[in-house]
Write a protein that binds this ligand. Structure first.
Ligand SMILES: C[S@@+](CC[C@H](N)C(=O)[O-])C[C@H]1O[C@@H](n2cnc3c(N)ncnc32)[C@H](O)[C@@H]1O
Length: 222
């Protein structure tokens, strides 16, 4: 008697198809994050931090495309005083240190304890790694003698701040910047355009899709 060959389950095919797409997606993610020191298991440790602390506001560190765009907007080649809000593990910080003058200084502020542990491991005498709140920028700039800040860069989620909190931080940011200095913020939404225009003389907007999630980049000039 002829035995009937068992038919391949349509779900098995579907499973393979999904697996294939998933692998392709992971390869793409790996390609996007190449060079940000996050292509390895750091990508996943960052994701775990995000699960614990929604204030982190991003499931991965910034991609090399977003970093490159932000770096261009910051133009730190002649920046002697830089402040970074929400430095996390320091993917952006490292790139800034690569490009800023050898006698410059950068104050990198990070709220999350786990991410800060990696940030403070960056061994560079120009870096002041500070665990705390960016909203204290006025007092911190004074404490560390930063009286003519050229560039402030921010990845913190302004949308999580209250309306007053947002305005207070933007006003303090404008105050610590030297005349002609700039504030560069990368954000998921455009909600910051209006408040930025209230505190700065000119605002330029760009968009980078090759990041998870895609980000707007605002450059506001004092
Ligand atoms: C979108 S992540 C940006 C991370 C990093 N700069 C990068 O390029 O991958 C935002 C970071 O801001 C930090 N953060 C959120 N609110 C903050 C605050 N008020 N002060 C300082 N850091 C804050 C979060 O812990 C998180 O590390």
């Amino acid at each position: 008697m002829k035995t009937k060959k068992p038919q391949a389950s349509p779900f098995r095919n579907l499973g393979r198809l999904i697996e294939d797409h998933f692998k392709k997606g992971l390869n793409k993610v790996e390609e996007i994050f190449k060079d940000t020191r996050a292509a390895d298991d750091k990508l996943f440790s960052y994701f775990r931090v995000f699960i614990d602390d929604k204030g982190v506001a991003s499931v991965t560190p910034s991609s090399r495309y977003l970093i490159e765009r932000v770096m261009k907007a910051m133009d730190v080649r002649n920046a002697h005083q830089v402040v970074e809000y929400g430095a996390a593990e320091g993917v952006m910080t490292r790139r800034i240190l690569d490009r800023m003058p050898s006698n410059g200084r950068i104050l990198a502020i990070e709220l999350n304890e786990k991410l800060f542990k990696s940030l403070k491991c960056i061994n560079d005498p120009r870096l002041i790694a500070y665990r705390g709140d960016a909203r204290d920028v006025g007092a911190l700039a004074k404490k560390f003698g930063l009286d003519k800040v050229d560039v402030v860069v921010s990845g913190i989620p302004f949308a999580f701040l209250s309306r007053d909190g947002r305005h207070e931080l933007l006003s303090d940011t404008a105050r610590v910047l030297r005349p002609g200095g700039r504030f560069v913020a990368y954000q998921v939404t455009t909600h910051l355009i209006h408040p930025l225009n209230e505190h700065f003389s000119r605002v330029k907007t760009e968009f980078e899709i090759r990041n998870i999630p895609p980000n707007f980049i605002f450059t506001a000039f004092k």
